[in-house]
Ligand binder design. Structure first.
Ligand code: HMG
Ligand code: MG
Length: 285
């Protein structure tokens, strides 16, 4: 039996959050509903963040209310603070994600807080989720390179990942937010993080700005990671990370994994259709 590698679909959230055109909720719902037929176990649907910071995600509650939920799929949302958590809970999100940065520069730009302040703000979210029985995933951003502070020391990533683990995150997703990582810097970063957490609790979240995301996935597979975040159509980027392009495309990751003998359980015909749909949403077709 081929070994399984899971792709966590990011398209509706990381893929769309940076689009200039305000995409109607109905289009987002149609994309999530199509993705729900592709074989994913987890789909990140939207973010309960400040609409002043990310206007594209202002319709989070409407999108969550409109999707047709398939049993067995976890519909995830981002929550930066208690206000976001309350929205996520009200929307009956299956899991929430809290996110922090490995660099001070990006923490300030994305969360208007130092790393320490952001962790303090996230602790009650993790606490409330634990009390409510809602699983929490954690993100660490700029794991190899920061657009403000330059190269990120691997031990800083390990420290923030461990802090999120200590708060109760069941998995930590490691974000190469601006897609500047290389197999050697990804490997050095993983070597530090693996001192704190086993590979089974880690995911790779690689943006493809420099076209190296698949090489970085290869390096991560060699370190034992078996979960990767990706977005159909390769859309996306973080509005607070200058130069950040899209997540690595789900269709490219799935094809690469298949070529390496891994199974993803995904229906490629549906993935291709969803990638077309996502790309069309960019221009408002
Ligand atoms: P702040 O301005 O310091 O917060 O932002 P505040 O508490 O002063 O609130 C400002 C206003 O926002 C207030 O409204 C709040 O009520 C409102 P006002 O009183 O002025 O009318 N507000 C909210 N509204 C709805 N939902 C909320 C919420 N929170 C506050 N949850 C804050 C601090 C954290 C809120 C802000 O910086 C923020 O929302 N940041 C999120 C930025 C973001 O979403 N970035 C993209 C996602 S992260 C990413 O893409 C990286 C990732 O993909 C991994 C990788 O690639 O590395 C995950
Ligand atoms: Mg991202």
């Amino acid at each position: 039996m081929a070994e399984t590698v899971e792709i966590f679909e990011m398209g509706p959230r990381d893929g769309l959050q940076n689009e200039k055109r305000l995409i109607p909720a109905g289009e987002k719902i149609a994309l999530v509903d199509l993705l729900s037929t592709a074989g994913f176990r987890r789909i990140e649907v939207t973010s309960f963040v400040s609409p002043k910071w990310v206007p594209q995600m202002a319709d989070a509650a409407q999108v969550m209310a409109g999707i047709r939920r398939v049993p067995g799929i976890s519909y995830a949302v981002l929550t930066p603070n208690m206000k976001g958590y309350d929205g996520a809970k009200q929307a009956a999100a299956d899991e929430v994600a809290i996110f922090a940065s490995a660099s001070e520069g990006f923490s300030k730009a994305n969360l208007n807080a130092t790393i320490a302040e952001s962790l303090q703000r996230l602790a009650p979210v993790a606490e409330a989720a634990r009390a409510d029985g809602i699983p929490v995933r954690g993100y660490v951003s700029v794991v190899t390179d920061c657009p403000f502070d330059g190269p990120t020391p691997p031990e800083n990533v390990a420290r923030v990942a461990a802090a999120l683990r200590d708060m109760g995150c069941y998995e930590i997703s490691l974000g190469d937010t601006i897609g500047q990582g290389r197999p050697d810097t990804i490997d050095a970063m993983l070597s530090a993080v693996l001192q704190e957490l086993p590979a089974g609790q880690l995911a790779g979240h690689y943006h493809d700005t420099s076209g190296r995301a698949l090489q970085n996935i290869e390096a991560s597979l060699a370190r034992g990671l078996r979960v990767f975040d990706a977005a159909v159509g390769g859309l996306g980027g973080c509005p607070y990370a200058p130069g950040a392009k899209g997540n690595v495309a789900t269709e490219a990751v799935a094809a690469y994994l298949a070529s390496q003998g891994y199974q993803t359980g995904l229906d490629m015909a549906v993935i291709d259709k969803a990638a077309d749909m996502a790309r069309a949403m960019r221009v408002g077709a």
